[in-house]
Design a protein around this ligand. Structure first.
Ligand code: C5P
Length: 288
């Protein structure tokens, strides 16, 4: 990852995205977010990278920014550096809320695990007898606390969200998350996709709105997308998201153990790369 891109200097790298600040002091309220091709699972950056992933994630997020009825962090009138144009977003710097706003319309993943153990997810009690992949009566807000780098995120109940951000913002985060999940689910369904669950992140614009959608939005890294026709046949395994990587790793590697994750096979890398491209095509109608 370059230390500088025309007019921007590198300040931070997350597992997947690299952040840059402008060298122009009049743009100190902006940040450049560059989506790399890196992929992470179980809090580890995996190897090798997934060709085309950064561009596909950026295109998918931008697609949703245009569709969703909520303010977002993207600044469209400042150009992205040409070296990374298709992978980069200029955004407003926000004061981020320390909550991963997960919405589930279907039960899967850590939600299903928690439900099996307790009958609840994040303090929300659910009917008995649900199976992995079942549709919920209505979408539920199941937040997680954003852990420091290197720590696992933790599912939390709504009272904990209130403690973290106050009652008014907690209500707004929940209601906005569910509303945009519902809006997105209808759009996904028209593209032949079931949006099982997803995670949003919001921040406060110091010069504006309190609830601004940030980060990646409804990407295959932050969501579970199932093929509608396959789902109707009872198949949620061949999904269009990172779950195929998690499933592959779990067959041969123990995320709780001390060994580093297994290097991804060329076949898996190719599969993930083409699945992400296919999701982009299904949603946006184009792959470039
Ligand atoms: O694993 P779990 O069932 O909790 O994930 C629910 C949804 O939220 C999944 O779509 C997952 O990709 C997303 N998520 C995320 N980042 C997190 C936690 C969950 O993108 N830190």
């Amino acid at each position: 990852m370059p230390e500088s891109l025309s007019g921007w200097r590198h300040v931070y790298s997350g597992k997947v995205r690299d952040l840059y600040e402008s060298e122009d002091p009049s743009q100190s309220d902006l940040v450049l977010i560059v989506a790399s091709d890196r992929i992470s699972a179980f809090d580890n950056i995996l190897s090798p990278a997934i060709p085309g992933k950064g561009e596909n994630l950026t295109a998918i997020t931008n697609f949703w920014f245009e569709k969703l009825a909520v303010a977002n962090h993207r600044v469209k009138n400042v150009a992205t550096p040409s070296e990374v144009a298709e992978r980069a977003t200029v955004a407003k710097k926000l004061e981020m809320y320390p909550v991963e706003c997960v919405v589930r319309g279907f039960i899967a993943g850590s939600g299903y695990k928690e439900y099996l153990a307790t009958g609840e997810i994040c303090g929300i009690s659910l009917p008995s007898g649900l199976k992995d992949g079942d549709k919920l009566q209505e979408p539920i807000f199941t937040p997680a606390f954003k852990a420091e780098v290197g720590e696992h995120d933790q599912n939390i109940d709504f009272d904990k969200v209130i403690e973290l951000v106050g009652k008014e913002v907690a209500n707004q985060l929940r209601d906005t998350s569910i509303a945009i999940y519902n809006q997105a689910s209808v759009i996904a369904l028209k593209a032949g996709l079931v949006l099982a669950d997803t995670k949003f992140e919001f921040g406060k614009d110091p010069n504006g709105e309190t609830i601004v959608l940030a980060d990646e939005v409804l990407t295959p890294d932050s969501s579970r997308y199932w093929d509608k026709a396959a789902y109707d046949q009872g198949n949620t395994v061949e999904s269009f998201d990172k779950q195929i990587v998690r499933n592959w790793l779990l067959q041969i590697w123990d995320p709780e153990g001390s060994n580093p994750p297994t290097v991804l096979s060329p076949e898996l890398v190719e599969k993930v790369s083409s699945r992400y491209a296919e999701l982009r095509k299904k949603l946006t109608g184009t792959n470039q």
